[in-house]
Design a binder for this molecule. Structure first.
Ligand code: NAD
Length: 361
């Protein structure tokens, strides 16, 4: 019997359990539901790195006061079609949807809106915010950084300088096109998943201080126990930026726009900071206001179909549009359950029991 085979947990069961954990940890029911819905949404989309595997770490951060329950973002600057918000270290799943709702409302009023958010607790899967804007018929573009989290070596370097700085764009075609990725070769959460016995990393995902490429999570975390939280400060190596100089350049821009411009701070230097926060610079565009909505939709949908009709490079292969893999997995996992690595499930169970939460059999 394969003892490392994934455990299948029903989506509803998992969502309820995670919500109970956050209530037991001091969140009100609405916030606990938001956190659990968002984390589960990442698992459903296939981004297990940003799903419930994060529960023990979020619980720990909340207990340490790094993330604060019950916050709502303050508007620091309000220019109508632009605004700067301070998330005050609130849960990302609370303050980022709030920033996004403001961007939607302002873009519906003015045609476009630019919303800068700083000091948000970990906001999770960025595609969720592109999807929030898509539900309102809007294009959105999100530059994100992780202030205080320096994990990624720039092109040509071996030392950590960038965060995993994700980037996302949503385009309201039918079905929508949603691009959403970390600018690192892999998201840190994928190293976390690999360290828990999950999907192995590509051979060139990480770099040792001497420049050797590595797929070993110890490069990032140093020594770690089989089960329990991982500490990226423990390792001496770095994750590599994706896409050579071009991906590294996009990561650079995420740090400048989401970190320096929002005032939330860049990835580093991290001395004395002690906790991390997401910064997000988002642009919302309403095609309706530009007077091109119908033509835009038609041209874009024809174009998506043409791109997808491209001859595959392997027999039986298929060209997909960004967002398609997530939509397919979502349908499958909702029907069949969410596969979790045994170590991930065990760490959630331990976390629940430590908080007095009953775990369903
Ligand atoms: P990834 O490498 O899996 O790339 C995902 C993107 O590529 C999606 O847009 C997907 O639709 C597209 N894609 C995947 N396969 C495709 C195919 N065959 N054809 C066409 N398009 C395809 O993502 P990642 O870099 O591992 O990021 C994972 C998640 O981590 C993202 O949701 C990101 O937002 C999140 N993240 C969050 C933070 C944070 O601080 N909050 C930091 C880093 C990453």
């Amino acid at each position: 019997m394969d003892t490392n085979a994934p455990v299948l947990i029903g989506a509803d069961t998992l969502e309820t359990l995670v919500a109970h954990i956050f209530v037991a940890n001091g969140c009100d029911a609405a916030e606990a539901d938001r956190i659990s819905h968002h984390l589960l949404g990442a698992n459903l989309a296939g981004h297990d790195s940003h799903g419930v595997v994060r529960v023990p770490r979020y619980v720990e951060w909340q207990q340490a006061g790094y993330i604060v329950a019950g916050q709502s973002a303050d508007i620091v600057t309000d220019g109508g079609a632009f605004a700067l918000l301070d998330g005050k270290w609130g849960f990302g799943q609370t303050v980022a949807p709030q920033a996004c709702a403001l961007g939607i409302e302002r873009a519906q009023r003015h045609g476009t809106a630019v919303i800068a958010l700083r000091n948000a607790g970990h906001v999770g899967r960025i595609g969720a915010y592109a999807e929030q804007a898509l539900a309102a018929g809007l294009i959105s573009i999100h530059f994100v950084n992780v202030a205080g989290s320096v994990l990624v070596a720039p092109f040509g370097g071996t030392e950590r300088r960038f965060s995993t700085a994700p980037f996302s764009v949503g385009v309201p075609t039918d079905p929508p096109v949603v691009l959403d990725f970390a600018t690192s070769r892999v998201a840190e959460g994928k190293v976390l998943v690999a360290s828990n016995g999950g999907k192995p990393l590509p051979h060139d995902a990480l770099v040792e201080p001497d420049g050797r490429l590595s797929a070993d999570p110890h490069t990032l975390y140093g020594d770690y126990p089989p089960v329990g939280p991982r500490n990226p400060a423990g390792g001496l190596g770095a994750i590599r930026a994706f896409g050579e100089h071009k991906g590294s350049g996009l990561a650079f821009m995420c740090e400048l726009l989401a970190g320096a411009f929002t005032g939330g701070g860049t990835s580093g230097p991290v001395e004395g900071r002690g906790r991390i926060a997401n910064g997000m610079l988002s642009i919302y565009i309403s095609p309706k206001h530009f007077g091109t909505e119908a033509e835009f939709k038609r041209t874009a949908e024809d174009y998506v179909a043409w791109v997808k009709s491209c001859r595959p490079d392997t027999p039986g292969g298929e060209v997909l549009a960004p967002g398609e893999p997530e939509a397919r997995l979502r349908a499958e996992r909702l029907a069949k359950g969410v596969p979790l690595q045994p170590d991930t499930w065990e760490s959630i169970v331990r976390c629940a029991r430590a908080l007095g939460v009953t775990v369903p059999n």
